[in-house]
Design a protein around this ligand. Structure first.
Ligand code: ADP
Length: 497
């Protein structure tokens, strides 16, 4: 059942209950007031005659038809009432005795005084008030006044019909009114539904809802929906760009490999040295393809929200291992290690290794021969801080916000030649984030860059005495061939964070 119909039913139900309660109260008060008036008039009249008759009887007058003539008998005509004199056995002496059953019963003095009764007659109900007449302590008869309720009953019946009609009309009107109001109020929701359906079918995430100016809930919903469309649009465009870039990146090495294989097939008499060079070229491209596919896989896992392992990892060992390994690739760049403190973080050892490799690899690639790269690890404020500082080409300030984007390269042609896929920092950024950390960069074009990775420590920094077995002492590193003093001048050219 639609919200519109449910709202209408609720409104109609509530107004039905309200109108019924009000109608019932009005009818009861109104009818009680009228019947009360009748009773008061009858009682006053009966009492008036009773007093007069009692006085006559006291004077010794007989209780007969003539008695009433002595009293002002015009009174009952004025109020449309009838008057009757009744003997103790219930027989009328004058007028018509009503409620005779009750009279018979109540004839005994013990039941005096008699009061009101309602008698059903052919012409309608009659209200009767009876009072006993006493002489010397005994009931000698009754005086009775009565009035027809037919007119009042008819009038109240009409009033009841009117009230019920008004109630039904009120319920129908409130139901219809709430149906129309709900339809108008929910119009933006229908528009929203239609737009959402159209967008789902056409994937046109660029479409937007026209939000109403009103600062109400539905306007807020439309604005939130537009925001959601905005982020869907950028996610969709980002994904499309990523696929385009990935296809483009994959095509370059494949084209190179296909061209080289063609050449090998066609030029059978190629000198051996050229053949070796071509094969080396193919090998390089295959390696590049392999790296690219691995990077794409890592990012696909990142996008799928894959959680990283949470094991205790000795970050200092990773840093020292990787610096040692990568010195072979340094190509004339002095790769040094500065103080490495024993540091344990919770995480995935392979991912953390990959993070350190990306940063050192970049530093080496973007630092010309003769320059230097310095890697350090320290603890501060509950964080492990890995710093990779180089004296390389640096990054322009306007490029800095973009270097963590997928496939972003400051100089595409040169960086591709240098073997970079443009995915390294995107992956590094994800790894840091997945470990609850972050990467900060400071760079001066032409002077060098400083990349700092901050990761939460596995346990709050407990000072050098925390793990004496692993503590190599301040400023020193476990590996003898990795001393900073060997390769770095006292006045360091490295940019400071
Ligand atoms: P790539 O694989 O091309 O190096 P990255 O994502 O690792 O891709 O880096 C993105 C871009 O950031 C690089 O193309 C390069 O222009 C710039 N960059 C990264 N590290 C450094 C650095 N240490 N010095 C200078 N530029 C760098």
């Amino acid at each position: 059942m639609s919200i519109r119909v449910r709202l209408a039913i609720w409104c109609a139900g509530i107004s039905c209950i309200l109108l019924a309660a009000v109608g019932l109260a009005v009818f009861t008060i109104h009818s009680q007031a009228h019947y009360g008036d009748v009773d008061r008039t009858l009682a006053a009249m009966t009492e008036h005659f009773r007093v007069e008759i009692d006085r006559q009887l006291a004077r010794g007058a007989p209780l007969d038809r003539a008695l009433l003539a002595e009293i002002d008998a015009a009174g009952p005509q004025l109020v449309g009432a009838n008057l009757a004199l009744i003997d103790p056995a219930g027989n009328a002496i004058s007028g018509r005795a009503l409620a005779a059953d009750a009279l018979g019963r109540d004839a005994a003095p013990a039941h005096d005084p008699m009061t009101f009764a309602t008698v059903a007659e052919d012409e309608g109900r009659v209200r009767v008030h009876t009072m006993p007449l006493t002489a010397a302590g005994t009931t000698v008869g009754y005086v009775q006044s009565s009035v027809s309720l037919a007119d009042l009953d008819r009038s109240l019946a009409r009033f009841r019909v009117l009230l019920v009609g008004a109630m039904v009309a009120g319920v129908v009107l409130s139901g219809l009114g709430s149906l129309v109001t709900a339809a108008r109020a929910l119009q933006p929701v229908f528009t929203l539904t239609e737009t959402a359906r159209a967008i789902a079918l056409s994937r046109a995430f660029g479409r937007r809802i026209e939000p109403s100016d009103a600062r109400d809930e539905l306007g807020e919903l439309a604005r939130t929906f537009n925001e959601m469309l905005g982020s869907l649009q950028s996610a969709h465009e980002g994904q499309r760009r990523f696929i385009d870039d990935a296809a483009h990146e994959l095509r370059a090495p494949l084209t190179s490999i296909a061209g080289n294989l063609d050449l090998l097939e066609r030029a059978l008499d190629l000198p051996a040295s050229e053949r070796v060079a071509i094969e080396a070229d193919i090998r390089r491209e295959v390696d590049r393809l392999g790296r690219l596919v691995n990077d794409l896989l890592a990012l696909a896992r990142a996008d799928a929200g894959q959680a990283v392992a949470r094991e205790s990892v000795e970050l200092d060992r990773i840093v020292i291992d990787e610096v040692r390994q990568m010195r072979r690739l340094a190509n004339g760049v002095a790769l040094a290690i500065t103080g490495v403190e024993p540091t344990v973080v919770l995480g995935d050892i392979d991912r953390l290794r990959q993070l350190v490799v990306v940063l050192i690899d970049n530093a080496l690639r973007y630092t010309p021969a003769g320059g230097g790269v310095e890697v350090g690890l320290r603890r501060a404020d509950g964080e492990a801080l890995v710093s990779v500082v180089d004296t390389g080409i640096g990054i322009a300030a306007e490029e800095l916000p973009r270097i963590f984007d997928r496939f972003y390269r400051t100089d595409p042609a040169r960086d591709r030649d240098a073997g970079g896929s443009g995915l390294g920092l995107a992956i590094a950024g994800w790894i840091a984030e997945a470990h609850g950390g972050r990467i900060e960069v400071a760079s001066t074009p032409g002077a060098g860059s400083r990349f700092t990775v901050a990761l939460p420590l596995a346990v709050p920094a407990a000072g050098p005495a925390a793990d004496p077995a692993r503590e190599p002492g301040p400023g020193s590193v476990p590996s003898g061939d990795l001393r900073p003093a060997e390769i770095l001048p006292a006045a360091s050219p490295f940019p400071k964070a």
